[in-house]
Design a protein around this ligand. Sequence first.
Ligand SMILES: [Zn+2]
Length: 416
Amino acid sequence: MSPDRTTTATAPLLLENGLLFDGRGGDPVRGGAVLIENGRITFAGPGAAVPELPDGTERVDVRGDAILPGFIDCHVHVAGPGTAMSHAQLAALPRSLATFLAAPRLRATLEAGVTTVRDLGGADAGHRMAVDNGLLVGPRLQIAIAMLSPTGGHGDFRMPYQETGGDHGLGRLADGVPECRRAVREVLRAGADVVKVAATGGVWSPSDQPDDDGFLEDEIRTIVDIAAGHRGKKVAAHAQGRGGIRNAVLGGVASVEHGYAIDDELIDLMLERGTFLVPTLTTANTDPDPAKAAPWAVEKKLHWQRIARTCVPRAIERGVRIAMGTDCGIAEHGTNLRELAHLVDCGMTPSDAIVAGTANAAELLGLSAEIGTLEAGKRADVVVARTNPLTDIAALADPTTITRVIKDGTTYKNLA
Ligand SMILES: [Zn+2]
């Protein structure tokens, strides 16, 4: 969010007669209303308490539809093709075409009801600037530039016999504390809002397993300390196996991404430190396509899918703080809110799933003062959905259910 972003001046807007979810997890308000002026929310609450309307206010009766905060996806890769192409096809694209292809993905993400995303590798500052200055239509972006990774780790996409190349621009390799210092300073220099580290191996990297350690605790702590010294920027750790989750949490990261093999000891540690888990169940539940993925990747994926389905529900049951993230870019773009139903399948209440995708996600991104709830003073990021999410949360995954999307007070989608 650069201070010089241009906002279109629009008339004040009142959304009324909605089922209002404010993002804080209480009971929704029937007959709720939201008043938007100059890009900000000036009122959210029961229709009977709406203040006197400014001259020229447009009134929209949403006829009982749900009014929700704009959702926040804490884990996407807008530069990733989803399931549309193989890694080999992606690697063969000219850089310019690969960049242009992000435009329809950003639009689809916004139209799915997601008004803010955290891109954990692949997008650069140009993606963020293009959305901020209105060249592209999309959600507000926080970006990580590239994933910092040790040699042979999850950010090392060279085939085992390759000395150079093959990184898809997604990884930045570093080994040992001095190289980690340089690598984190490089992504901060390139405009990173958040730093991504590989604390374990992963499914799509060719030289490791998801329970191999990535960076060690001292390397992670170095990166966390340097990021914190740059306006309090946070670190997100790709971490699937137990050893790496432990290194990441002890190293001080703000969030464990995936966390598939989380166990009670790690849950205790995360509860103690307030570490967020972003379980990315959307990608965990996307079956690999044997026609597009290498055989070793298919095998790893199916194995780790089973682990996630066993361990993530335990973390939810024990109250680990959850923020919504999908890994869209690996999974398909534009149906991000599938994640909410997956969270409910893992034992979360629909109300808590909404909080994971709004207030909790805003807190993880350090944006609680600006977004994540429908409250006077916040940026007007608002979604209207033709469903009651308490009885059918899965319906939110269908973009045609999302009838209206407002970001910073500007309406970008209106199916009414
Ligand atoms: Zn990812």
